[in-house]
Design a protein around this ligand. Structure first.
Ligand code: HEM
Length: 492
């Protein structure tokens, strides 16, 4: 690092002194969102740490993050070449791989258009405004039935475990045109293992940063490879079935539309970017993977906040009863009529910041930020948690208060405040599932809240300490077993 030549007029990045081999891993510790936020107070919004042998630039603060990801978007749009990401989707992932810019851009465009088409397309029944609404409504109602049964049998439930299957079914419907039973062993074990995935991607895996650790046997790395392997196998099986009964005149789902794209492209000899069939059809791997884990985590946090703040839960239910009542299931178009629920969701995103960092970025050429020189191929962490808890942006950031997103009389959502919450990233790498994600969190919560009341198990303390990986922070596993839903109206 010392031999990097800094161009004239630019400065060397500030940051803590690294130890040999391990770098700053001790200072970063197990809660990187907190330790890196603390460091930003000391070194400013652009600083450098060393994780193992790899230098990493950490960005904080609304202005600097916008400057990098929006104004200098092209220079910060790469992904670092990390050891663990080679195992995600056979190294062919859209979100994690180090594809060349042209290839990534072509795949991202395809993924976006496929998602848009298959979520807004008309569903099977005209009762629903679109296929997405139909999938979520049906899965929401199944989930309620499921929770009733689990409550009867066990007296309490683990929200993530059940929610994740319902959410996985929504994205399965869009990607593969099918749903699974909550008792399906293959799907249930797979989606419930996604915990391990979250712990390892990003800087969760020391072997990404300290090369010699790669040759040591690591339990979690083995599990990680195993999950990715099983995940890919499941998707491959479904994709093969689609190839076998593919009919160009009846495009049923995203997988069909991607296969169709490969066929069309073979006819189009002028296409200027070469993307293999495997990489095109492989997009479903990313959509399926990204499509259930994030949303189920958001919803599980939602349940935890409902239990922690019963007065907020009551107010949400009053709003639902006044605007919708019990005669029909909530719909996506109810969003504008339920500003308190919208504010509650924004506050879940902000307060939990359950994706405290974006997926790591990487500089695509030599660049500079705030007067500091950043060489090409530098790994960059974007600290979303810091922005969501920055006292410069938020009054009393540590308190959970949905009202911060409402007008003074509590009737209108303040969109400008909402846009300050950073959970989907920004710019060229911004999440492509954002509108589906927001829609799903809204509709699942509305459906659950209309019919269930959530409360903690009597006598148990609520511990909201998240379990942390850089990519995903989750409730501690034990904490997930405590919430008990009751039919709305039943006394707790
Ligand atoms: C990327 C958040 C739902 C697909 C991302 C990133 C974040 C994020 C933080 C990384 C941005 C960056 O690197 O700067 C979320 C949250 C969700 C959600 C909070 C739900 C509440 C979804 C869904 C899908 C999806 C439902 C697909 C159906 C993707 C993909 C990328 C991505 C493909 C990679 C984009 C790229 O690298 O170009 N998401 N996501 N996400 N997300 Fe989401």
């Amino acid at each position: 690092l010392t031999h990097i030549k800094i161009p004239e007029g630019l400065q060397k990045l500030p940051g803590p002194k690294p130890l040999p081999i391990i770098g700053n891993v001790l200072e970063v510790g197990n809660n990187p969102h907190l330790s890196l936020t603390a460091m930003s107070k000391c070194y400013g919004p652009v600083f450098q740490i060393q994780i193992g042998m790899r230098p990493v630039v950490v960005l904080s603060g609304n202005d600097v993050i916008r400057q990098a990801l929006l104004k200098q978007g092209e220079e910060f749009a790469g992904r670092p070449d990390l050891y663990s990401t080679k195992f995600i989707s056979d190294g062919k992932s859209l979100a994690f791989s180090t594809d060349q810019v042209g290839v990534w851009r072509a795949r991202r465009k395809l993924a976006l258009s496929a998602l848009r088409t298959f979520s807004t397309v008309q569903g099977e029944s005209s009762e629903y405004s679109c296929a997405l609404e139909e999938h979520i409504s049906k899965e929401g109602l199944y989930l309620i039935e499921r929770l009733h049964n689990v409550m009867k049998a066990d007296g309490s439930f683990d929200p993530f475990r059940h929610i994740v299957v319902s959410v996985a079914n929504v994205i399965c419907g869009i990607c593969f045109g099918r749903r699974y039973s909550h008792d399906d062993d293959e799907l249930v074990s797979l989606v419930n293992m996604s915990d391990e995935f979250g712990k390892i991607v990003g800087s969760g895996n020391p072997a990404d940063f300290i090369p010699f650790l790669r040759i040591l046997p690591s339990m979690s790395m083995k599990k990680f490879m195993d999950i990715n392997d099983r995940f890919s196998k499941l998707v491959k099986k479904i994709v093969n079935e689609h190839y076998n009964n593919f009919n160009k005149d009846n495009i049923r789902d995203i997988t069909d539309s991607l296969i169709n794209h490969c066929e069309d492209r073979k006819l189009d000899e002028n296409s200027n970017v070469q993307v293999s069939d495997e990489k095109i059809v492989g997009i479903v791997n990313d959509l399926f993977g990204a499509g259930f884990d994030t949303i189920s985590t958001a919803l599980s946090w939602g349940v935890v906040y409902l239990v922690a703040y019963p007065e907020i839960q009551e107010r949400l239910q009053r709003e639902l009863m006044e605007k919708i009542g019990m005669d029909r299931t909530p719909r996506l178009s109810d969003r504008t009529d339920l500003p308190f629920l919208e504010a509650f969701i924004l506050e879940i995103f902000r307060h939990s910041s359950f994706l405290p960092f974006t997926i790591p970025h990487c500089t695509s050429k030599d660049t500079s930020l705030n007067g500091y020189f950043i060489p090409k191929d530098t790994c960059v962490f974007v600290n979303q948690w810091q922005v969501n808890h920055d006292p410069e942006l938020w009054k009393d950031p540590s308190s959970f208060n949905p009202d911060r997103f409402l007008s003074a009389d509590g009737t209108v959502l303040n969109k400008m405040e909402g846009e300050k919450v950073l959970v989907f990233g920004l710019g060229k790498r911004r999440c492509i599932g954002e509108s589906i994600g927001r829609a799903e969190v809204f509709l699942f919560l509305a459906i659950l809240l209309q019919r269930l009341k959530f409360s903690g198990m009597p006598g148990e303390m609520l511990d909201m300490t998240p379990e942390c990986g850089v990519e995903l922070s989750r409730m501690r596993t034990a904490q997930r077993r405590r919430w008990s839903p009751r039919a709305f109206g039943e006394s707790s």
